[in-house]
Design a binder for this molecule. Structure first.
Ligand code: C2E
Ligand code: MG
Ligand code: MG
Ligand code: MG
Length: 283
């Protein structure tokens, strides 16, 4: 082993590598039983119409409260779940849970956005999973938008594309998430008729800081989406200045802390209850 060779660089970085692998192993062990221990919950973040600020959808975002590790960020455990394929059963749970919540507790004009990993899409029966989640919950397929990133085109691109096309044939829509951060190739936009392009928060931030490149990129993405018959959503809008800028650039929908953080299902339901109570009062 590098350690025993007594030479130079190896010695210094090996312990760090080791603890990283160790951390993953420990986390993976807990992740394996997290579903049956009911440690996952979904939070929901509003997506609003850029012009009217009306709520058009909630994006489901998974949260893991682990008995052993406390709260673990999805940025940490989703990649691990993908590497171990645990994302397949976890993703099926997310699909069922989010569809059920939307069908049972939200008005019919509010959609649900669900993130799906490439590993889920290349499972032989991904569309079947969607069909079952829809039929068990009674959710209208038109209310479901599946979010994928460009990484679905990295391998088994045809399998992933066919799975998404099956979902679109059911009436679901598909959003291209985090656009601009991956190996963005415009060729991807030809391969699948996405409903929505989600412009990544890094461009929103850049544009707010007067980066001419970020501004130009958002403008170009909006124009391109328009000509392709796709809509745009700006991610990570944190204040009124950013919202105003995004409106001026012509994005159709906005998401971000300024309009609402991801919240527990109960808080999301309260929004509808309060709106209904307000409407009764006015009547
Ligand atoms: P994403 O799908 O791009 O989700 C947006 C992320 O940005 C969320 O982080 C959200 O909390 C955060 N965000 C939203 N608005 C703002 C803002 O104004 N400012 C800032 N700083 N952040 C904002 P979160 O919940 O930690 O999720 C991270 C990623 O984990 C998601 O990115 C998605 O790729 C993945 N993920 C979450 N839930 C699921 C899931 O159920 N399945 C799969 N496969 N992936 C998931
Ligand atoms: Mg997303
Ligand atoms: Mg995103
Ligand atoms: Mg993002």
């Amino acid at each position: 082993r590098a350690k025993d060779e007594g030479g130079g660089g190896h010695f210094e970085y090996e312990p760090a590598l080791h603890s990283n692998a160790e951390e993953r192993r420990v986390l993976e062990f807990s992740l394996r039983s997290a579903l049956e221990k009911n440690e996952f919950v979904l939070h929901y973040q509003p997506v609003v119409d850029a012009k009217t600020e009306e709520l058009v959808s909630f994006e489901a975002l998974i949260r893991w409260n682990s008995e052993e590790h406390g709260f673990v960020s999805p940025a940490k455990f989703i990649p691990l779940a993908e590497d171990t394929r645990l994302i397949v059963p976890i993703g099926t749970w997310v699909m069922q849970e989010a569809c059920r919540e939307a069908a049972l507790n939200w008005p019919e004009n509010v959609k649900v956005n669900i993130n799906v990993s490439p590993e889920q899409l290349v499972e032989p029966d991904f569309a079947g999973t969607v069909v079952r989640a829809l039929s068990h919950s009674g959710l209208d397929p038109k209310r479901l938008e599946i979010e994928v990133t460009e990484s679905i085109f990295m391998r088994d691109a045809n399998v992933a594309r066919k799975a998404l096309e099956q979902c679109m044939a059911l009436g679901c829509s598909v959003a291209l998430d985090d656009f601009g951060t991956g190996y963005s190739s415009l060729g991807y936009l030809r391969k699948l008729k996405f409903t929505t392009i989600k412009v990544d928060r890094t461009f929103v931030q850049g544009a707010a800081q007067n980066s001419p490149e970020s501004l130009a990129i958002i403008r170009a993405v909006v124009a391109m989406a328009d000509s392709l018959g796709m809509t745009t959503t700006a991610e990570g809008v944190e204040n009124e200045e950013e919202a105003e800028m995004i409106r001026r650039l012509g994005c159709n929908k906005i998401q971000g802390f300024h309009f609402g953080r991801p919240m527990p299902s109960e808080d999301a339901r309260k929004i509808f209850r309060n709106a209904a109570a307000g409407a009764r009062k006015r009547a």
